[in-house]
Every structure is written in structure tokens, then in C-alpha cells.
Design a protein around this ligand. Sequence first.
Ligand code: BGC
Length: 388
Amino acid sequence: MKKKVLSLLLSAVMVGSLLVGCGTTDTSNDNAGTTADTASNVADNDASGETPAASASGQIVGVAMPTQSSERWINDGNNMKEQLEALGYEVDLQYAEDDVQAQVSQIENLVAKGVDCLVVASVDSSALVNALAQAKAAGIPVIAYDRLLMDTDAVSYYATFDNKAVGTLMAQYVEENMQLATAKEEGRSYNVELFMGSPDDNNAYYVYDGIMEVIQKYLDDGVLVCQSGQIDFESNNTLRWSQETAQQRCENILTANYADQKLDIAITAYDGLAYGVRSALEGAGYKVGEDWPMITAQDAETMACKNILSGHQTMSICKDTKILAQKCVTMVQAVLEGTEPEINDTEQYNNNVLTVPSYLCIPVAVDKDNLKEVIVDGGVYKAEDIGL
Ligand code: BGC
């Protein structure tokens, strides 16, 4: 009885926190809002999704996360643990520090330990096929967390953000704020470089596609010029989303292509890449308020929010990991209780073996103008966490 009252209380608290979060459900799935839509997108993010009702009972959920080197994954792990434990599950949370073999071993160990369910945010989306086959053979359901698990039939559901919309939002931000639509007739053009995500992360391709769908026409008509020529994903990706690799590549590009002209726009796919680009720009003598380029990214980490406030980064994409965890937890409950979780996409995410039923949360663009509204008022971070 006591347990039931506690569970109702927990559910109420979770609904409450969802109401102020930035990435809740919108079944219309109209995700690629423009910058002007940002505030309404936040408002659109209603909390109509199923809130996990307390259930279990000592069942163990193994949660395999990629790395603690980035703030977002630390938050993801903490949120999953907190929310699952609040429902009575035991949680075995593992981080692989971007080491593919370490993650394989961690998953094999969780399977050997006999966890009841596995939640996996992969380091390398295709490297877990054998380990996941072991899970399947042991009757352990698997849920893909944020990154799709490729080339396997062992995955039941996928909880993520609308990854293509992440790219669309970034590129639309550039399009609107640089007024690209009228640039040609006004004789303006801008130098742009792309710093994309990891080739072993399926999400990176979706983000790239979202970006290219918006900017290709401007590259074609010369409004955007990529002096390095590194427009193809093959030439601008960043293995393991490494900040150092992005910095190095940016340094090389600046030296080789920008000795006598300026970079105007850096479209980076992740805050960590933007930090690398920032260091390279500082090394090359760029100054905020003078010739600092527009810089995009995703995740809205606390450091990125501070950089947005100081002008070292122009925007980021807020992906509230509390909401993602909540959606994933409903999937855990469903597979363990034999029910159906809420899903809102059955078409986009084919992993080469099957199209995985997915729930796509809504990403939201943030810049200095709406940072307080989305991040602070939205309950993502406290004002003091981001120096506001
Ligand atoms: C996630 C992004 C994150 C990136 C680097 C991707 O899979 O979707 O939110 O920025 O990994 O960690």
C-alpha cells in the first residue's frame, strides 16, 4: 500500500518535471521548427507521453553508456539510474569511455550476470552485433538509447531525439540569421566549414542530411563557399566526436585555406566539436565581437551555454536528457511487463536488419536570446550552472 502511494507521488513528480522540460512529446512530430518557432516549440512540447507508473520489483536493468568525457552522457546515465530506481528497478550503469572493446565486454558481462533488460547507447553502432546476439539468446530484451544499434535483430525499441531535425534546426538557424535567402541578390557570400559527427554513429548521418537539405542550394549558388572543399561527410566527419580531432582539423583548414580570408560560419554537429573549433580560432587570432564566426552545435551542455553567453558559440540544440530517459524507461517497463510503449516513428530508423519502432523527442534550438527561457525556465539547468 505504502509502495503504491509512493509510486503515485513519484509519477506526479515526474509529470511535473516533464511539464517544464524542453523536449517532451509532440505527436504531430513537426520537429524542424525555425528559430522564430523556438519558443512555441518549447510550448508545444507537451507532456502527453505516458509517464512510467511504478512497478518493479528488484529486476535489474543494465545500462551501457558510451563515455563520461561529455557532460550529456553523464546526465543520461544519471537520469536513467534515478528514474529506473524510483520505479523499483536495480540499475547496473556502465561507461565504456569510447572504447569499443570495453563496451563489448561490459555488455557480455551484463548478459552473463543475467540482467533482465539492457539499455545501450553505443560507442560504435555496428560493433555490438555478437554481444547483442548473446543477449537475445539469453532472452534479454535490448533497447537502443539515443544511438541506433545497427545490423542486429536483437533490438526491440529505440528512444532518441529527431536526429534529422537537429541538423535542420542548425542549418535553418544559419539560413535565417545570415539571411541567406536574400544574399545572392544582395551580392553577399560566406565562407563555411562543416565539422560533422562520428562515422560509426548512425545519428551523425541524420544530422548531416538535415543540414545539407537546407544548405545545399546555397552551396550550389555560391552564397556559401567551403574553401577547404570538405563538404562530403567522408571528408568532414570526426571519429568518436573527438574535440581534439576537430581542433586539429580546423587548425589545418585555417592554415591551408584561410590565410588571407575569414571563416564566417562553422557548422559543427556537437558542442565538443565547437570547443575544438573555438580553440583553433583563438589560436589563429580570431576575436569575439570582431571577426568571430557563427558557430552551431548540439547538446547545449553547460559549457556551451556559457560559451553562447560569452559569444564564443552562437547556438546549440537543447536535447533534454530527462525527457529522453523518461521515454526510454517506458520502453523498459513495456518489454518487462509485456505491454506496448508509446512510439511515434515506425519508418525512419532501419538498422539494416529491421526498422526499429522508435520514439523521437523534439530538439530545440537555443541561442543567447532564448537561453534563459529554454534552459533555465525550462528546468534543464539552474541559472548559476550556466553563469546567468
Ligand atoms: C548524440 C549527440 C551527441 C553526440 C556526441 C550523438 O549520438 O545524438 O547528442 O552530441 O553523440 O556525444
